[in-house]
Design a protein around this ligand. Structure first.
Ligand SMILES: [Zn+2]
Length: 228
């Protein structure tokens, strides 16, 4: 989107919500970079209501708005999956210098839990501590984890990919009704750790990378509360 002609200050956030745009404008940023943008497949693309409000506000404030959705999930270095692995201290399964991924869209990463956190109960507490929030857990806390599969955000539909990959536990952001039964029947544990909470880290890593490459640009991540 056309905004100010020069980029001097970037605000990064998970979602291009009105709240983030307002914080960016208050911070005198000229550019906003997000993971969740404004236009989604199968969604009415008419620019009305909240969509209009957000876009009108961004134009009025002359903000440049950039959104990187799937590329920021899948990026081997700065992506959400890799960065969640780093935050949770997972031992990421690598091949030829890249994370091993599976599923149709290659968005499910594999690895091992940190040493000493192999009991599911301990692993769940570890995740809650690292993310600073409670998670939804389905499984037997006394079971041991060898193989972890994860995909940040709303990847409840990829639970079967994790099961087929032989994982002992699947971590994603959200849960749907059917995953409870799938977890019970497969014996594979399920952790819904928050869509927002699991997707905060890719955009922050991108911010650090931008700062490294363009030291004169001011770069700031702004956290907007979202319990989902
Ligand atoms: Zn997402």
């Amino acid at each position: 989107m056309q905004g100010k002609p020069f980029i001097k200050k970037i605000v990064l956030g998970v979602t291009a919500s009105k709240a983030l745009l307002e914080k960016a404008a208050q911070a005198k940023a000229d550019t906003v970079i997000v993971h969740h943008g404004w236009f989604w497949r199968n969604e009415d693309s008419c620019i009305v209501n909240q969509k209009y409000e957000r876009i009108a506000y961004a134009i009025k404030q002359e903000l440049n708005v950039f959104g990187y959705h799937l590329p920021l999930d899948a990026h081997p270095e700065w992506g959400n999956n890799t960065q969640l692995g780093v935050v949770l201290e997972l031992q990421i399964l690598m091949q030829d210098g890249k994370p091993v991924s599976c599923g149709e869209q290659k968005l499910v990463w594999l690895g091992e839990p940190p040493l000493g956190k192999e009991r599911l109960g301990d692993f769940v507490s570890h995740i809650e501590e690292k993310l600073g929030r409670q998670v939804l857990f389905i499984g037997d806390k006394n079971k041991r984890v060898k193989k972890v599969a994860w995909c940040t955000g709303g990847a409840q539909g990829f639970f079967d990919v994790a099961i087929n990959a032989g994982a002992d536990v699947f971590i994603t952001g959200e849960a749907s009704e059917q995953v409870y039964h799938m977890a019970q029947e497969s014996g594979v544990a399920y952790i819904a750790a928050g869509h927002h909470a699991t997707e905060r880290y890719g955009i922050q890593a991108l911010g650090r990378a931008i700062k490294q490459q363009f030291p004169s640009i001011e770069v700031d991540y702004i956290e907007i509360y979202n319990p989902i």
